[in-house]
Design a protein around this ligand. Structure first.
Ligand code: MLT
Length: 263
């Protein structure tokens, strides 16, 4: 694992392979390990960058809020450090929220977008309240406040019934999370602005991926986004919930390969 100081944080990252850069943005409350099943295959054709958001995995929390624009600035700082002018950006869920923020802040740095199991809308008032309550619980009780609640939402019913390895892996990743980083990201997600207006401005090649069994950001959200982005294509992955790259890695990697080959 490499580490670099960017602004007020130390960001842990991996940089593997050669070719056009493909940067993976991880979901909440996970870390860059969620992309392990993509590394060996996609690094055959691309320079792959994975990293931990501030306050997750092995990255420090820093002093700033973990807002989506701050996460996007961290991503820009990491790309500067790696001397990457523009890249294919693949964000899943919270990673997708940041990908949209990155598009708002740094549109010229995007070669293509891959938006997985995410949405453009902001939280409802009830959704915001639930995030503040969860942030308090995580600060008090640590990541155990998250595990039993999140696993049934993150994984599809097929994985929950038939794939104990992926259940264990997601559980382990959540249990390693940093309480303060998780709490700050919850507050950052609650504060995120609606990005629906951005969608029709996206003209770069875009692929939208969603697990058919995703209950957090269901296929309906993906269909809505794909209708608003003229340059997009939609892929629904069967037998997967909110984390299709972990639940159905072969299908997910094949979608990415098919899409990236044409860029
Ligand atoms: C994620 O997977 O990143 C989260 O489910 C996003 C969210 O809580 O909105």
């Amino acid at each position: 694992m490499n580490k670099v100081k960017i602004d007020d944080v130390e960001i842990a990252y991996q940089d593997i392979g050669f070719g056009d850069p493909l940067v993976f943005l991880h979901a909440f409350p996970l870390n860059q390990k969620m992309w392990d099943a993509q590394l060996s295959e996609l690094s055959l054709s691309h320079r792959i960058i994975t990293f931990d958001w501030r306050g997750f995995g092995e990255s420090s929390s820093g002093t700033k809020d973990s807002s989506m624009p701050v996460f996007a600035d961290d991503l820009a700082g990491l790309l500067d450090h790696l001397e990457i002018e523009n890249a294919n950006i693949c964000g899943l869920s919270m990673g997708g929220y940041v990908a949209l923020s990155f598009f708002r802040q740094y549109p010229d740095r995007i070669m293509s977008l891959i938006l997985c199991d995410t949405k453009a809308t902001a939280d409802t008032d009830d959704g915001k309240r639930a995030r503040y309550e969860l942030a308090d619980s995580v600060r008090r009780e640590g990541p155990s406040a998250l595990t039993s609640m999140m696993i049934p939402k993150l994984l599809g019913s097929t994985s929950l019934q038939n794939n104990p390895e992926v259940v264990k892996l997601v559980q382990e990743i959540i249990e390693q999370s940093q309480p303060e980083g998780v709490a700050r990201a919850l507050i950052g997600m609650a504060a995120r602005i609606d990005s629906t207006d951005l969608l029709e401005k996206i003209s770069k090649p875009t692929m939208i991926i969603v697990g058919k069994e995703d209950i957090l950001t269901p296929p309906d959200e993906a269909i809505k986004m794909s209708k608003s982005i003229a340059s997009s294509q939609l892929n629904v992955i069967k037998g997967a919930g909110h984390l299709p790259n972990m639940e159905r890695p072969e299908d997910f990697n094949q979608c990415l390969n098919n899409f990236l080959q044409k860029i």
